[in-house]
Design a protein around this ligand. Structure first.
Ligand code: PLP
Length: 381
């Protein structure tokens, strides 16, 4: 039995009729750009997230870039984000000639460290970009508090966490991506809500910002062939919107399926001295039914120094697994900077040596989970 990281085939098989029919409708209409499916999906997602504006765009990286453009961030502005994330987050900051300020993460949640955030703020700081890494909400209570105190924008990178519910200290719940001034996501096929190509979206409750963003994704046009601002070409195409409209009603059950698989893993690895299972403590409710984690990845820490051996052993046994991420961003050639001090990245520097992500998707069977966990426990001891 070979076990893949994701099973897009198996998931598609269950919704094939609806998806095929939706795609066929786009082909029949040949409204490939800005067709009705884009508007319909946009409205459906606004309702699902309970946010005033969803601005669809071409991918999650563009979503981040356009969000920063829309907020009017300018060369020299400092933007704080985490050292432990996918490179897209820091890439767009650098592309816009803003100054990336990378900070460390917490050892248990892998999300933005609040003390490091406070320390990194200078008079030039304009925005904070928390990443809800692997599907777990970052500490939005604290991040919003810091942002308010220093008058900073918060751009939530929700590429890995769409559907997750953050529970505030006062007990109120809100979908991640709608808490900061603006949120962004990706519909890359393997993301929790994936299309069958590239896609992305920006979320905001700010009417003026939404208006600005809607023009920016389409060459800065608010009226055809009148270009008010410098924009980009970044649209969600109709075929992808049709796929997403068909899949959105399943998102909550997809999140549940991922959480069920995570629960199986958690139980199997509980109390093993060499394994640290993922934390769900960010919202203060460590519970089995917690919906603050949607497990885009299920990521363990292997603490006995055998992570790389385990990685290879699982591959040899036909069990896919991955190291997200093997190099801290502050050590990547493209983002190295004399400003950074290794002392400030103790957690990330350690995590890159211990983390391993296991197969995680909506179609995992108990038989597969049993084989994966048994293989790991046998090896790790
Ligand atoms: C996937 C991802 C992105 C980029 O999304 P694309 O659609 O691939 O451009 C950005 N940030 C994070 C954290 C991601 O995981």
């Amino acid at each position: 039995m070979k076990i893949p990281m994701v099973d897009l085939q198996g998931q598609y098989a269950k919704i094939k009729d609806t998806v095929d029919q939706s795609i066929q409708e786009v082909l029949n209409s040949s409204a490939y750009i800005n067709g009705p499916y884009v508007k319909e999906f946009q409205a459906d997602l606004e309702a699902y997230l309970n946010v005033k504006h969803v601005i669809p765009c071409a991918n999650g990286t563009d979503a981040l870039q356009i969000a920063m453009m829309g907020l009017g961030l300018e060369q020299g502005d400092e933007v704080i984000t985490v050292d432990f994330t996918f490179a897209a987050t820091v890439e767009v900051i650098a592309l816009l000639k803003l100054t990336p300020v990378l900070i460390d993460v917490e050892p248990d949640t892998y999300n933005m460290d609040i003390e490091a955030l406070k320390k990194a703020i200078t008079p030039k700081t304009k925005a904070i970009v928390p990443v809800h890494l692997f599907g777990l909400c970052a500490n939005m209570d604290a991040i919003m508090e810091v942002a308010k105190e220093h008058n900073l924008y918060v751009i939530e990178d929700t590429a890995q966490a769409i559907g997750a519910n953050y529970t505030f200290k006062n007990g109120q719940k809100q979908k991640v991506g709608t808490i900061g001034h603006v949120g962004t996501t990706s519909f890359f096929p393997s993301k929790n809500l994936g299309c069958y190509g590239d896609g992305g979206a920006i979320f905001t409750n700010d009417d003026d910002l939404a208006h600005t963003l809607r023009g920016m994704v389409n060459h800065g046009m608010y009226k055809r062939y009148y270009h008010d601002v410098v924009g980009v070409n970044s649209r969600l195409d109709s075929i992808q919107a049709a796929v997403l409209k068909a899949k959105l009603p399943h998102l909550d059950s997809y999140c549940d399926a991922r959480r069920n698989a995570a629960r199986y893993y958690n139980n199997a690895f509980a109390n093993n001295p060499n394994i640290i299972t993922p934390s769900t403590k960010s919202c203060g409710a460590i519970c089995d039914s917690c919906d603050c984690h949607v497990f885009h990845q299920y990521t363990l820490q292997i603490t006995n120094g055998k992570r790389d051996d385990l990685h290879q052993h699982l591959l040899d046994k036909g069990i896919a697994n991955a190291i997200y991420y093997p190099v801290p961003l502050h050590q990547q050639k493209a983002y190295k900077d004399d400003r950074y001090n290794e002392e400030d990245f103790k957690v990330t520097n350690e995590l890159v040596k211990t983390v391993i992500s296991l197969p995680m998707h909506t179609e995992l069977t108990e038989e597969q989970l049993a084989l994966i966990t048994e293989t790991i426990l046998e090896f790790v001891g």
